[in-house]
Design a protein around this ligand. Structure first.
Ligand SMILES: [Fe+2]
Ligand SMILES: [Fe+2]
Length: 180
């Protein structure tokens, strides 16, 4: 299997959450309804832990890091720079959504507009980002790697996921343990 296989599968999950976020932004904008704090909390957790730490983490720390060592064509270099910038923008939008949700929960009604804006921003950013990776980047850049290098990257991705998963659950314990 190519190391981009797991990344593409993750895209399918991110798309589903982004579609939910887009629907929620539309509901709030059209119906002047109340935000749903439970959905926002779950969406933030998903975007932060799965989309960013796990998925962008593997892209940036493994695939893009390996590509940095290669002599990329100008076109591939440009696409990679744009993809990294998109990740930065994604983090900003997630932080904006969290801040707006906190303000709304503190009783600031007008913060609902900022919740909608951050959600629409996420809904606008990801589909094109994912389509660019799937259609114009992941497969063509495999040509920079030998079969052994691809295999090695695949292993690094498994290790990355395992370490992240372990770190997340270790945090569940240490958060409640008394400090030494
Ligand atoms: Fe990406
Ligand atoms: Fe991606």
């Amino acid at each position: 299997m190519l190391p981009i296989g797991p990344l593409m599968k993750e895209h399918r999950k991110i798309e589903r959450m982004v579609a939910l976020i887009a629907d929620e932004a539309e509901r709030l904008a059209e119906e002047e309804a109340e935000p749903d704090p439970e959905f926002i909390f779950d969406a933030l957790t998903f975007m932060r832990e799965y989309a960013d730490e796990c998925h962008h983490g593997k892209e940036e720390h493994i695939l893009f890091a390996e590509l940095e060592e290669r002599d990329l064509s100008e076109k591939h270099q440009q696409i990679m720079t744009r993809l990294v910038n998109d990740h930065v923008r994604g983090r900003e939008l997630t932080a904006d959504l969290e801040t707006a949700a906190e303000r709304w929960e503190d009783g600031e009604e007008a913060a609902c507009d900022d919740i909608i804006e951050a959600m629409q921003g996420i809904a606008d950013l990801y589909p094109d980002h994912i389509a660019t990776e799937d259609r114009n980047f992941f497969i063509p850049v495999m040509e920079y790697f030998s079969d052994d290098e691809k295999e090695e990257m695949m292993e690094k991705m498994w290790d990355f996921d395992h370490e992240l998963f372990t770190a997340l659950y270790t945090e569940c314990i240490t958060a409640y343990e008394p400090e030494e």
